[in-house]
Design a protein around this ligand. Structure first.
Ligand code: ITT
Length: 193
């Protein structure tokens, strides 16, 4: 079967193709000729994931799924959360976002944080949500060159390296996105194949 993945983030597309390992054929927005700036105006990850998936269903008539992800920092009352992409301004600039986070946490000893991914699936006219969470801590400086977004600042619990230091193979086994995708693939296996 084929499913559109409603993302403009090439890193997410690469990660999800690797995690799903061919179980489902993933079709990108470019492949369906969608170059729209899909609105993300909800105030929750669930709302944004559904908004992105519904946009593709409404405009292109295709079954699809979308991922919305946030970094939730305990001492910042779960900020940046749903605003993670625009934390330092509208530019989706990961360097600026990380710098702002380091600044906000400068004098904080509590570095606890979690990544949370919500995947919204629209299949045969029905909507489903799948969640993945990984707990960890925020470092005091950026470390590592792989991954994307906030990866150089996040050390998952029981590891010493950041996501950006450990590399994609390990990240893709344990991450928030990997956990949400595993729930999605289990659901698809039980309901489609
Ligand atoms: P789409 O909405 O087009 O899917 P996006 O990059 O806008 O792509 P999100 O709103 O879900 O995606 O991302 C929120 C922010 O969190 C954004 O700054 C990402 O770089 C960051 N992010 C998402 N997943 C991440 C991950 O696995 N590791 C590190 N940062 C991540």
């Amino acid at each position: 079967m084929k499913l559109v993945f409603a993302t403009n983030n090439q890193h997410k597309l690469d990660e999800i193709k690797k995690i799903m390992n061919g179980l489902t054929e993933i079709v990108s927005l470019a492949e369906i000729n969608c170059h729209d700036d899909i609105p993300e105006t909800a105030d929750t990850l669930e709302g944004n994931a559904l908004q992105k998936a519904r946009y593709i269903k409404e405009h292109f008539g295709l079954d699809c799924f979308a991922d919305d992800t946030g970094l939730e920092v305990e001492v910042l009352h779960n900020a940046p959360g749903v605003f993670s992409a625009r934390y330092a301004g509208p530019g989706h600039d990961s360097e600026a976002n990380m710098n702002k986070l380091l600044q906000e946490l400068q004098d904080k000893d509590n570095r606890k944080a979690r990544f949370r991914t919500v995947i919204a699936l629209i299949l045969n006219g029905k909507e489903y949500l799948f969640e993945g969470i990984i707990n960890g801590t925020i470092t005091r400086e950026k470390r590592g060159g792989s991954g994307f977004g906030y990866d150089p600042l996040f050390v998952p619990d029981n590891y010493s390296q950041t996501f950006a230091e450990m590399g994609n193979d390990i990240k893709n086994q344990i991450s928030h996105r990997a956990q949400a995708v595993k729930k999605l693939t289990t659901f698809l296996s039980n309901n489609i194949f």
